[in-house]
Design a protein around this ligand. Sequence first.
Ligand SMILES: [Fe+2]
Ligand SMILES: [Fe+2]
Length: 474
Amino acid sequence: MAIDYQERIPNNVDLGSNRTLQRALEHWQPEFLKWWQGMGPTDFQASDVYLRTATSVDAKGWATYGHVRMPEYRWGIFLADRDPNRKIGFGDEFGKDVWQQVPGEHRSVLRRLIVTQGDTEPASVEQQRLLGHTAPSLYDLRNLFQVNVEEGRHLWAMVYLLHGYFGRDGREEAEQLLGRHSGSIDNPRILGTFNEPISDWLSFFMFTYFTDRDGKFQLKSLAESSFDPLARTCQFMLTEEAHHMFVGETGIGRVVKRTLEVMQEIGSDDPEAVRKMGAIDLPTVQRYLNFWFSSSLDLFGADSSSNAASYFANGIKGRPDEAQYEDHLAEAQTYELEIPDGKGGVAVESLPMRNAMNEVTRQAYVRDCEVGITRWNRTIAKAGFSFSLQLPSTRFRRSIGSWAGTPTDPAGTPISAEAFEAGRAQWLPTETDRAYVQSLMQPVTEIGKMAGWIAPPDRGINSQPVPYEYVRLA
Ligand SMILES: [Fe+2]
Ligand SMILES: [Fe+2]
């Protein structure tokens, strides 16, 4: 169904035919805008930003580009088209018709999943609200705002489901999504990672590479859901999410590229010498990577989980790309999970496969994270240096799962708490690292110019040149 932009709330769900829902959402809309003005990007609300807006939900050609003020962005409700033949793809109800309404027995679980997903969307906008003041270029500033408005739209997507399918308690939850705030003492966001402020652009690129990618895998699991409106919502969100990870991957890639240029220029890989030239030394990049990767791993939940097993059994949340598996029941299989043996070593526990679904998803995520690492390492090798960036072990610095509370080194070898503390400055960003990176965060707002710590992108957005007025500052 085509997107109707004549409506106050752009949508492709024929909102006009459901007056009650339309009124409820029209009531929520000004609250959302109030939140955006108060908690969204500071000080850039009057600037014209070169943004893309969804015009259809096809895989190809769904976007138009143009300069808009962010508060005038056409947030709306877009679902992937309905497949009338879609069947439940996994679990005990495999092969039956998918649900167009929420089954009573799964209501509270589905609501909780939607709320948890929905909460991360405005949270990330709040985390990033000050970054606009230190953007390394207008190109980057535009990308930040594109990510922000789309996270706002993802919030709309979840709020539509809450309003449309969960009645009164859904409406209350939708209000709460604007009531909690990232980092708030009294009313914080639900997940820990989303309460950490993101105050520098290296962290922003790490966040969009690692944490938005967690989002991708959560959405992929929910895109398999038997609750069809949720599946279709997530399918379309995934197309938007791809840009966020592009921002992360190219952002880190450009940092590495600039650092390599400096290393070649000075003929040295000495971190101090690299810093004197105003670039970010590769060991610091590695420490940021260790931090954000390990914190994003926790978002997948416990590695052995009876909740995950029941989500799978009941067809609520599947595995990413469920179609690639042969056995969609996963009833008789087991998963060999490595856990600490309590004596400083590693033991193997055999889990029923359904209980290991979080871990299965996490491992798919780790493989996806490797892609960028390989690419960056290729540039490093090509530049003639022997350094290589690496993902730490999934056991490293975990707060959730079997390895929570068991210190390991980045290779995953269990070590004493003292040894961990001794290694910390080598493995994780130090105060000095953070202060150095922060010192580089000076805004560059001239058309086509880049800050000295990052290389220009290979190409601009939507075939525009890199020197282009991606943001017309007010
Ligand atoms: Fe999102
Ligand atoms: Fe995202």
